[in-house]
Design a protein around this ligand. Structure first.
Ligand code: NI
Length: 183
């Protein structure tokens, strides 16, 4: 995922691509919403692993929607994205309103590591979320700002909500495909 782009038409969210609807962009969350988002991040590595369990190479190399990434690319993309989340969170906690670095996610998904076995990124996500979740859980000032060069200034609440949604969003793309295919 990238931070929200206000130029993107919000009314266009085809359900196969956006099974959970658009990414949330709240600037402030309630304590219950934060707890739910943290639980989603805690659960994500196991849920993504379960979503791809039992797929052979043909299943892993099936696009989750016409013209979309393969299941394998989706798994590696979640690792790409959440590595950036960890860096963005730590920058926001240690610098004054840092400008984060966007990246070309569709080009990253074409690099050779996105052809590896999904287990590589599933193991990476296990370790990464073991580090990411306690950093989020230790936040005391959820209004701390960070800035995306295209979409502007956001808060740590936004960052938490975005990535909690992001993991569930891609997991649901895979489970939705498997439901449609009966695989
Ligand atoms: Ni994404």
């Amino acid at each position: 995922m990238s931070a929200p782009d206000p130029r993107h038409p919000l009314e266009h969210f085809p359900p196969e691509r956006f099974p959970l609807g658009p990414m949330p962009t709240s600037l402030a969350l309630s304590p219950d919403e934060r707890a739910a988002a943290l639980n989603a991040l805690r659960a994500l590595p196991a849920e993504l692993r379960a979503a791809v369990a039992g797929l052979d190479d043909a299943g892993l190399d099936t696009p989750y929607r016409e013209g979309g990434w393969t299941v394998r690319q989706v798994v590696h993309h979640v690792a790409d994205s959440h590595m950036n989340a960890h860096i963005r969170l730590k920058l926001a906690l240690t610098e004054d309103d840092p400008v984060i670095k966007p990246y070309e996610e569709s080009l990253w998904a074409e690099l050779p590591d996105s052809a590896l076995a999904p287990a590589v990124s599933l193991d990476l996500l296990d370790a990464l979320h073991t580090r990411l979740v306690p950093v989020f859980a230790g936040v005391t000032d959820w209004a701390r700002p960070w800035t995306h060069p295209a979409s502007g200034r956001w808060t740590l609440d936004t960052l938490l909500a975005m990535y909690a949604w992001h993991g569930c969003h891609h997991t649901a793309q895979i489970t939705g495909l498997r439901e449609r295919l009966g695989s």
